[in-house]
Design a binder for this molecule. Structure first.
Ligand code: PLP
Length: 403
């Protein structure tokens, strides 16, 4: 009996027929410049092809211990860094359910889509949330934050985004954390560093941050799937009192397992191979060099965008060194532009979110990114904009290059 005949016989007995789906096709190599997932270097991709090992065996324990120690260096903390199979949103939820009890008051400082998501999750879990919201494209002004904090009833924690990916703005986290600590020494300072950690300077212990989390698919040169979180002493104390329900994301379970060199659930072993190599590469390059490289790429993109006669969404003083949001000229729909770039040039940029949809494009320059990839992407952007009727202003172009 041939396999086809077997399938046909089985099929006759099955309620659900074999699905008629689009065939699998090779996807052309793209110049992927979205703010996550970001391209993964070939050497790291090769790690994913290694045979899977027993996650309870000594080989995995060695990887977990090495990865944890090196993550502590990247987070700049002496505290254990917990890893969870999850995305960045998982980090937001994980932080909230481990720190708070229903009805507790938290302040969410939000400058865009991901700050809003953090606040929404807190509300969904029954917390009382006061938002200090800034217009999209602006930074959280410490003076305004301070004035608003004074007006608010006492609060248990403050939720912050280090780098707002939807607008390409980096908050002055050090200044914000210092003023929150001064205003309320017991407040839990909870930081989403999903699109900044490993790219933009960050010092958990020195800045007295209580909780920080990030995800593998942005600046850490890995595919999506891993979330890493560190919690300070105040946060662990809060964790012992916090009554929001949790199981998968329970820090205490994760920490007990980590102390035994294990993971509480079946971990994505192949992603740990990748992260293990990534951290080795990152440390070999040196954190300072990595930050300087991102600063250089950020400046390069901003200068080039202005030279094209386009406008940045963010004030360059607070513009992110991992992602740049560019206003699309009046009369041009960003979605049409993005489709052209993907179909004709294999250049994949991101659009705007919520009310900025159709109005901006976002160009990522984090993780595995070379100036030549950015140069190509920006030149293609220029060509496609011209096709859509955009005229460059030669005068502005000269001015921008002098910047
Ligand atoms: N926080 C920030 C700052 C982000 O940029 C993102 C995603 O881009 C998230 C949270 C949500 O992460 P994910 O899409 O991995 O769940």
């Amino acid at each position: 009996m041939t396999p086809i005949q077997t399938r046909t016989t089985q099929e006759q007995q099955l309620l659900i027929p074999v699905p008629q789906v689009e065939p699998r096709v090779a996807i052309p190599i793209q110049n992927l410049r979205i703010p996550g997932p970001t391209p993964v270097p070939p050497a790291v991709l090769a790690e994913l092809a290694r045979p899977v090992i027993n996650h309870r065996g000594p080989e995995f324990t060695a990887i977990l211990r090495r990865v944890t120690a090196r993550l502590q260096y990247v987070f700049q903390t002496t505290l254990p860094v917990l890893t969870f199979p999850a995305s960045g949103t998982g980090g937001q939820e994980c932080a909230l359910v481990n720190l708070f009890s229903p009805g507790e008051h938290v302040v969410a400082i939000t400058i865009g889509h991901f700050g809003n998501r953090f606040a929404q999750i807190a509300e969904r879990f029954g917390l009382q949330v006061s938002r200090i919201a800034f217009p999209w494209g602006e930074v959280a002004d410490p003076g305004i934050v301070e004035a608003r904090l004074r007006e608010l009833a006492s609060y248990r924690g403050v939720l912050l985004t280090h780098n707002e990916t939807s607008t390409g703005v980096t908050n002055d986290l050090k200044a914000l954390a210092a003023l929150i600590r001064w205003h309320n020494p017991d407040a839990l300072i909870v930081v989403d560093a999903v699109s900044s950690l490993g790219c933009i300077p960050f010092e958990m212990d020195a800045w007295e941050i209580d909780v920080v989390f990030t995800a593998s698919q942005k600046g850490l040169l890995c595919p999506p799937g891993l979330m890493m979180l560190a919690a300070g002493p105040r946060a662990w104390e809060a964790n012992a009192q916090a009554s929001l329900p949790r199981f998968y994301f329970d820090w205490a379970r994760a920490r007990r397992s980590l102390e035994r060199g294990q993971h509480p659930v079946t971990p994505p072993v192949s992603l740990f191979y990748a992260l293990d190599l990534v951290l080795e590469l990152l440390l070999a390059e040196g954190l300072e060099a990595v930050f300087a490289r991102h600063q250089h790429m950020g400046e390069y993109v901003r200068r080039h965008v202005r030279a094209l006669g386009l406008h940045l969404l963010a004030d360059p003083a607070h513009a992110s060194n991992t992602v740049t949001a560019v206003r699309v000229p009046e009369g041009i729909d960003a979605r049409v532009l993005l489709n052209k770039l993907r179909e004709r040039d294999q250049v994949v940029l991101a659009g705007g979110q919520e009310h900025l949809s159709g109005k901006i494009v976002r160009i990522a320059h984090m993780g595995c990114c070379e100036v030549r990839d950015l140069f190509t992407a920006l030149n293609c952007l220029q060509v496609r904009l011209q096709e859509l009727g955009f005229q460059r202003d030669k005068h502005k172009e000269r001015e921008a290059f002098q910047w």
